[in-house]
Design a protein around this ligand. Sequence first.
Ligand SMILES: Nc1ncnc2c1ncn2[C@@H]1O[C@H](COP(=O)(O)OP(=O)(O)O)[C@@H](O)[C@H]1O
Ligand SMILES: N[C@@H](CCOP(=O)(O)O)C(=O)O
Length: 321
Amino acid sequence: MSRYFAPASTGNLSVGFDLLGAAFEPTDGQALGDELAILGEGDALELSVSGRYVHQLPADLNDNLVAKCFYAFEQAVGRTLPRLRLELVKHLPVGSGLGSSACSIVVALYAFNQHFGRPLSDQVLLQLMAELEGGVSGSVHYDNVAPSFFGGLQLMLQDSPQICRSLPWFDHWRVVLCYPGTVLSTKAARAVLPQQLSLKHSIAFAGMLSRFVSALYSRDEQDALAALQDLVAEPARRSLMPELEPLRAALMAEGVGHVGISGAGPTIFAVCRNEQQAQFAASYLQTQYAKNQDAMTVVCRLAQQGARALQDQDTGLSRCN
Ligand SMILES: Nc1ncnc2c1ncn2[C@@H]1O[C@H](COP(=O)(O)OP(=O)(O)O)[C@@H](O)[C@H]1O
Ligand SMILES: N[C@@H](CCOP(=O)(O)O)C(=O)O
């Protein structure tokens, strides 16, 4: 048996709609991402599912993205492959803004490619991941699959064969992710987006993203935090997340560096300057934003590693509460 893991991701990171995404891991060592085990080969594709958020997955296993990934992978490889016996451990909530669909897609395609002797290059694999993600969300975007696959903070490179590149980060930053327990489909959250931006607006978007990237390279933390402004998606999505503004105001009044929508929501992310601030933000969000038993609040750091094989000793990956 071989086991694989891919981390959760936050698309957009406020300032880079569809162009920026980061992989995160809890500082306490819990697993925030999906696991896939390849139990062996067989005559038919078999998939069993478990994990905290298994109840949010489609009832029909044929509708599970992992099964869809297998057939898409086979088609991309261009030959009939032996069927696999698979087990998905669903640690990530679905429709959460934590790149849940991307995470299952990434771990599955990464695992299949490893199992079958790496017939696809990383670039081809990444494109396939983005196509499958596009099938779920309604349009192809790389800002979840790229960080979940490669780890780190990834900037998408327009029209470049490299597709994406890692950016620097502030290692002392802690990012609190608070998922309230309610579902917001990415497709629905994309349906409210503006179809066009004015010239002035386009320049402001490009300018703010450039300012953020430049601040990262210049190691200018203040300017990087100031540049974390969503000029594209948040104005349109605000009505879907009325709690965002008051939560942001309260946390930023206490010195938190930034508060924004993780991906398409409803998860909120808070960028904190240190562990103490992160603990405060986590307990505030957990009391003010968590709505039911599915809710989850975690203090994270950037996950430098993306998709990977798990070793036997990695059984310590436990679920997030
Ligand atoms: N393994 C899987 N993980 C996540 N979603 C899945 C999976 N298999 C199928 N789905 C379906 O894909 C869709 C994912 O919705 P989406 O809003 O894109 O989630 P997210 O924003 O969390 O990625 C849902 O309709 C869900 O039922
Ligand atoms: N750029 C996308 C990101 C969607 O992330 P998800 O985790 O909500 O799937 C968007 O903002 O639509």
